[in-house]
Design a protein around this ligand. Sequence first.
Ligand SMILES: Cc1cc2nc3c(=O)[nH]c(=O)nc-3n(C[C@H](O)[C@H](O)[C@H](O)COP(=O)(O)OP(=O)(O)OC[C@H]3O[C@@H](n4cnc5c(N)ncnc54)[C@H](O)[C@@H]3O)c2cc1C
Length: 318
Amino acid sequence: MNWDGTIAIIGAGIAGAAAAHRLREAGRRVVVLDKGRGPGGRMATRRGPGEFRFDHGAQYFTARDPRFRAQVADWTTRGVAAPWGGADRFVGTPGMTAPVRDLLDGTDLRCGRAVGRLVREGRDWRLAEADGTALADGEAFSAVLLTCPSPQSLALLAGAGEDLPGVAEVAYAPCWTLMLAHDGPPLSSGAPVRENRDPDAAVAWIAQNGSKPGRAGAGTLVAHASASWSRANLECEADDVAERLVAALRDLVPLGEIRHRAAHRWRYAAVERAVGEPCLFAPETGLGFAGDGCLGPRVEFAYLSGLALAGRVLGEAA
Ligand SMILES: Cc1cc2nc3c(=O)[nH]c(=O)nc-3n(C[C@H](O)[C@H](O)[C@H](O)COP(=O)(O)OP(=O)(O)OC[C@H]3O[C@@H](n4cnc5c(N)ncnc54)[C@H](O)[C@@H]3O)c2cc1C
């Protein structure tokens, strides 16, 4: 099969960015579409009032695979990432989106574009919004790589009457995240994170966000609710959730005067059941799937999955 035509990548998270980077490196034309305001996906940084910034999605990433280690070494050399919070842990600098932005540098990236339909036309694909409005200027694509979480990818596949066996098996846990700025003391001397191993507790993880390199705001905390609490409170109002998570946090750490608080719901936060293969690709249709849903709930795994899918398109051996 010839994949010389333009390739559409849906999703500008780390998986889509890794695939786009590899394909462009090999000389392929790529268009990346994301429904969000900017790239990054779950590698996300939210602005609060004033100088406050919160990494409210992924907190850090590991780099164990040699390919990702080489990528992270390059990022740290160029100031795109830096070590933080313990051995083999890295963060994007100045925010978590930086590595994704770096991979997408120079790519035809179109944000604020929610792909709602994949339309088959001969051997090509065209993309449209849910109401049928053409996307990407009506351009024809020889392959479409889905890197959005599996429920969103499944909806697109189903709408096109297609299937990629394995996508439907992926399951995610949700996560409510609290972003908090306060005047109290740091978590504890030298320890920028705290984990709560009680699976029934509301708060599972606390990070001193302001301790990350390049972040202003010493008193900024990010707290993730446990999967069970997030599930039980999934449809609650964000303000109500923020209030209850602050109360739960007070039982765990000393908090000063609260200067800002907000909650964000991640409906598909952490993969609980993955495909178990680096990526899925159907050469007969040119449709593929990559992301953390393939190998597991980590930035590193999502990167490797994106790389693997690009490799399949390029006809490289697995
Ligand atoms: C709260 C939280 C904490 C985490 N902590 C860590 C951690 O500490 N360490 C770690 O390694 N990992 C962590 N993770 C997991 C990590 O963030 C993910 O595994 C990784 O970022 C997934 O990347 P991805 O590219 O597969 O998907 P995503 O980053 O989700 O990218 C998918 C993109 O697709 C877009 N999209 C979806 N539907 C459409 C559509 N119809 N049209 C266009 N675009 C669409 C979305 O806007 C999104 O940008 C955490 C995740 C969360 C939510």
